[in-house]
Design a protein around this ligand. Sequence first.
Ligand code: ADP
Ligand code: MG
Length: 255
Amino acid sequence: MVEVFAVASGKGGTGKTTTTLALGMALIEEYDVTVVDADTGMANVLFHAGLTGAETTLHDVLAGEAPVETAVYDRFGMDVVPCGTSLAGFREADPTRLREAVATLAENTDIILLDSPAALGSRSAVLPIVLADQLVVVLQPTVPSLSDGLKVQEYATTYGTDVAGILFNRVTENAAIDAVAEKAKQYFDGKMLATVPESEQVREARRNNEPLLAHAPTSEAGDAYREAALALSVGTGHSDAVADRFRSAVVPDEI
Ligand code: ADP
Ligand code: MG
């Protein structure tokens, strides 16, 4: 079986990468997990997962210069496919090759988490959301963030991607979280997966080039992510069927 989740949001800096790796580490208790840095223009999985020295990355794969298997690194119990950060690498990358890359990875894992680009402004930005089975929307507890997230949800549902749920990140004590959560329940499909606090441990983890659950497994933020992982429904799609779907997926021209 394999299930593909896109972790996305309307804007950058909401905590998509932090969330992707935290969910991934929570899910390895039960599943084989592969994390892919599909945010090919603003890649930062490599910083969060101690992979800045990676020789081959998704950029090389998307440029047609390396098979995806050579860009998979065993980190913190997960298979991690980092992406490079150079503009040249981004320019050379053909986003449509992501279909074949994910199809290949799907043959050998239970869960694929696609750390997805923020803006829905280009083919490379929408592809992970179009290809995934389910969408996890990362939001900050503000009305503008909800409004951005709704656009992502609308896009996903147009292409048949289910909404697993929403996750509030960087919640501070004085955030009007109850009012915002009430609104979110009205407008978003899926579950309220978790409320992750603004946390020094999250920042520290990033500075140490480690995922949160490796750096501070017993933190409040870590607990919230474990709760979110438990709330995800992992489907039982057959790997071959998922691989075929990815290979034959049509990439939207107009967005
Ligand atoms: P994105 O991938 O959406 O751009 P990141 O996960 O890289 O966002 O997070 C952006 C920055 O915010 C990072 O420096 C990260 O450490 C910090 N951050 C994310 N979530 C939290 C949190 N809950 N508390 C404190 N800092 C956070
Ligand atoms: Mg990121």
